[in-house]
Design a protein. Structure first.
Length: 192
């Protein structure tokens, strides 16, 4: 999986006043969980843009005063009116501990049902995947090469791999429905 490097500076004071000062300076207060102790630090907001505003799932390498730690973003807090990033929680990664991440779905192939005029409807854009960090996929590929009109592809159809998808097995990922033009053509063909 792709790794993005960011650097942070440790925070001496932890509180509302300190957090407001950091935000005024263009920094975001952050906490790193998962290790022996929580690490409170601040990150320049521009360094986080590549990690937050992307459809991809990424690992992060956080450098705090020369100490590098591999992590993922666990939670983001935004201002309810301005959508300004207020706080970030990171989760430290360990090779022997499983993690759960939202991984994007990539559709592959060409559906014969779409070629015949069907309408492709993608219900899920991301899946919750549980695995060890080394086995975490960048994307979950779903082949639509066999989907005819009226067919669908569910989570249970993914099969087994080195990772586990924790979504409900009955959840539909993608389906091929009838388009209006196809319905009209069928209705006109049935009247004759």
């Amino acid at each position: 999986m792709k790794t993005i490097a960011i650097s942070g500076s440790p925070r001496e004071n932890v509180g509302k006043r300190d957090a407001k000062e950091l935000r005024y300076e263009g920094k975001v207060p952050a906490v790193l969980y998962g290790g022996k102790e929580q690490a409170h630090f601040a990150v320049v907001i521009t360094e986080l843009k590549d990690a937050i505003y992307t459809p991809e799932a990424n690992f992060l390498e956080i450098d705090i005063n020369g100490t590098k730690t591999k992590a993922i973003i666990k939670e983001l807090q935004f201002h309810p009116l301005t959508d300004v990033l207020l706080h970030v929680d990171f989760l430290q990664l360990f090779d022997d501990k499983e993690i759960v991440m939202e991984i994007p779905i990539k559709l592959t192939g060409t559906s014969p049902g779409v070629k015949m005029g069907g309408k492709l409807v993608q219900k899920l854009r991301k899946l919750r995947v549980r695995s060890f960090p080394k086995d975490m996929p960048q994307v979950v590929e779903v082949s639509i090469a066999k989907l005819e009109v009226g067919n669908l592809f569910r989570v249970r159809d993914l099969g087994e791999g080195v990772y586990t998808v924790t979504n409900t097995p009955e959840d539909t990922i993608v389906s091929v429905g009838m388009s209006r033009a196809l319905k009209q053509a069928e209705q006109q063909g049935g009247k004759k």
